[in-house]
Design a protein around this ligand. Structure first.
Ligand SMILES: C[S@@+](CC[C@H](N)C(=O)[O-])C[C@H]1O[C@@H](n2cnc3c(N)ncnc32)[C@H](O)[C@@H]1O
Length: 402
């Protein structure tokens, strides 16, 4: 496959989504682009009855489908993302959106009168926010928790998440999160109130254009497709985690602690262990005792052995990480294939990865796993080059069910 001259194509990443109504409500680095999903839908040679996204994340697939009038179902293991996806897919009548904005204004006018909630138990919170930012956020949370109207409270929670990150000192890089100096961060309550209200305007803008088809995100582990979805979908469009050690929990921690989805670091690492491709906290040590089922094509275990033999103290763990990732995805693919209607098609957007200079050809392994499940007409297409490392690419691996 020729890859020379393939560009980074930022329009195929989350950056393209930032200005697109509800898609731009909250940014999550591994989110893929609206445009990619639109292009896949546009090229289908049939009208999809229902699209399944088994790895919903921020709900990009569901929202693109809903905006085009295509029903969809999505699965997601992270409860915060289940909430985010369903909030993005909900219908908000115009009077509700207007009421949301006026409630937001009232809350900001009286914000000093709310008693701040307890600060979230996130490790070393002072690295994330200065004391004044924490106090403001804790008052905003106290304020929106008093709102009885479910839809208005959800929209306020979205705006809250956005300011949680706007006011933080964190910047999210590949595997690490770095922090600025919180004592340097300027803070003015008036500017904070104005920021919250302008975020609410942005949220209201997205909320006022309603999705055109029913869609929902179900809290479920996609290694096994739930009974309520089986036979209901004729198309799969998804981007599963890549075998590259990115932890979604790491990036989502600030929202999850503030919104009470996480109370302890043990809960965070348990969730990461249940997610495919998670390696954060306890998940890393659990990999040491993980036992392979040896169900993948033989050459994948050869790659594992080469990684295990690399000159690095974590090499054996990383070999287990890669093998467990593909065994988990194999379980998912055979379940997704069984639940897919005949003549349906599946599109997996995935990236390859590299451990100690050893390439893990995810696109080939996916194609082989899909063929082994029964998919026909399995194809691999390069979408873009990821970051500056010339060896890392993003692919669409697709196949059909006869
Ligand atoms: C690459 S992200 C999806 C991004 C999504 N396409 C978007 O635009 O936001 C992969 C998602 O899969 C979820 N995930 C990981 N393991 C899962 C599992 N076993 N079942 C369901 N979801 C899982 C992660 O929590 C993460 O949100």
């Amino acid at each position: 496959m020729r890859r020379n001259g393939i560009k980074q194509n930022a329009h195929y990443t989350f950056k393209y989504n930032a200005a697109l109504g509800r898609h731009g409500w909250l940014r999550l680095t591994p989110a893929y682009s609206v445009r990619l999903v639109e292009e896949i839908l546009a090229k289908l040679d049939y009208s999809p009855r229902c699209v399944l996204d088994p790895f919903s994340g921020t709900g990009t697939t569901g929202l693109v489908c809903a905006n085009r009038g295509v029903p969809s179902l999505a699965l997601e293991i992270n409860p915060f993302l289940v909430w985010l996806g369903n909030t993005k897919l909900a219908i908000y009548p115009n009077d509700k959106v207007a009421a949301f904005l006026s409630v937001a204004k009232q809350l900001m006018q009286n914000i000093e009168s709310y008693v701040p909630v307890a600060q979230p138990p996130i490790y070393k919170i002072c690295r994330w926010w200065g004391a004044r930012q924490v106090d403001f956020l804790a008052r905003v949370k106290a304020a929106f928790r008093t709102i009885q109207d479910e839809a208005i409270a959800q929209l306020l929670a979205i705006a809250f998440c956005r300011v949680v990150i706007e006011f933080s000192n964190a910047s999210f890089n590949h595997v690490s999160t770095s922090f600025g100096d919180p004592t340097d961060a300027p803070f003015s309550t008036d500017v904070a109130k104005a920021t919250f209200l302008s975020v609410c305007e942005m949220v209201a803008d997205g909320a006022s254009s309603s999705p055109q088809a029913p869609s929902k995100v179900i809290a479920h582990d996609s290694r096994s497709i739930p009974a309520e979805c089986i036979g209901k979908y004729d198309t799969v469009i998804t981007s599963p985690p890549y075998p590259n050690r990115i932890s979604y929990i790491r990036e989502l921690r600030p929202y999850m602690y503030w919104l009470d989805y996480l109370k302890t670091s043990e809960q965070a690492s348990d969730l990461d262990w249940r997610a495919i491709g998670g390696t954060w906290g306890r998940a890393t040590s659990l990999l040491g005792t993980w036992e392979s089922r040896r169900t993948l094509p033989h050459y994948v275990y050869d790659i594992g052995e080469t990684i295990a033999g690399a000159n690095n103290k974590s090499a054996a763990l990383m070999a287990n990480y890669v093998l467990k990732y593909f065994e988990d995805m194999q379980e998912h693919l055979s379940s997704a294939y069984a639940g897919l209607s005949h003549q349906g098609s599946a599109f997996y957007i995935i990236g390859n990865s590299n451990f100690y200079g050893i390439t893990v050809p995810a696109e080939k392994i996916y194609a082989d796993m899909m063929n082994a499940c029964g998919f026909v007409n399995v194809k691999v297409r390069v979408v873009r080059k990821r970051n500056c490392n010339r060896q890392l690419y993003e692919f669409i691996v697709s196949g059909k069910k006869q």
